[in-house]
Design a protein around this ligand. Structure first.
Ligand SMILES: Cc1ncc(C[n+]2csc(CCOP(=O)(O)OP(=O)(O)O)c2C)c(N)n1
Length: 191
């Protein structure tokens, strides 16, 4: 399965979600399909996309939050999984695209290439809904089910280590930041 195809398959469902991605290839791929003001691409802070997603999910329980993480990123901050498990927000779907490499910085292999099981770690951390998928069909079904489940889910999608030729897009971090903040103001929580 290629990550770009996987994101394409679930893209229509992202319209009504708040989406936080890691930097690099996945951010460029999502933007290549179509940027929206409710999408934020977390630059530089590797390993913290799920932490940002957790903060949004807790402060805005009326919104559905989706995080697109990477294996290298979450492996740098495994404590994030224990914090997700502790607060267990029902409105957060945490997708880890596991290409077994640090693709965005040259493709060096990560520990998942030698057997580390991120869904297993997430389950051991206390996240009750976890799954690993390897095909487009199972990914699409698992993602759709996770959105409907109303329970914190860590979904690991094993993907090929391929990405776009360039990761720099014409959307600057500051522009994205102001746009994203404005989205929350324009969609206030209903009492
Ligand atoms: C703390 C920190 N260390 C290193 C980097 C450089 N860096 C940016 S993206 C990346 C690789 C991310 O790997 P992964 O999460 O597996 O995603 P992939 O690039 O494979 O899609 C690295 C090492 C960074 N941004 N922050």
């Amino acid at each position: 399965m290629r990550r770009l195809d996987a994101i394409h398959a679930v893209y229509p469902q992202l319209e009504r979600c708040v989406v936080v991605t890691i930097m690099g290839a996945v951010a460029a791929e999502l933007q290549s399909i179509g940027h929206r003001p409710n999408f934020f691409y977390l630059q530089h802070a590797m390993g913290l996309a799920s932490s940002m997603g957790l903060g949004i999910a807790l402060s805005r329980p009326d919104l559905q939050v989706v995080v697109f993480d990477g294996d290298g990123s979450i492996l740098m901050n495994l404590g994030a999984l224990t914090t997700l498990a502790r607060y267990h927000p029902a409105n957060l779907v945490h997708v880890v695209f596991d290409n077994e490499s640090l693709l965005s910085v040259g493709g060096f292999p990560t520990a998942t290439s030698t057997g580390t099981d991120i869904a297993g770690i997430a389950a051991a951390a206390g996240i009750r809904r976890t799954e690993t998928v390897r095909t487009m069909d199972t990914f699409t079904t698992a993602f759709t089910d996770a959105l409907a489940a109303n329970e914190l889910t860590t979904l690991v999608a094993k993907v090929e280590a391929v990405g776009p030729a360039a990761f720099v897009t014409d959307l600057s971090l500051l522009e994205n930041r102001y746009q994203f903040q404005r989205y929350f103001r324009e969609h206030p929580a209903q009492d």
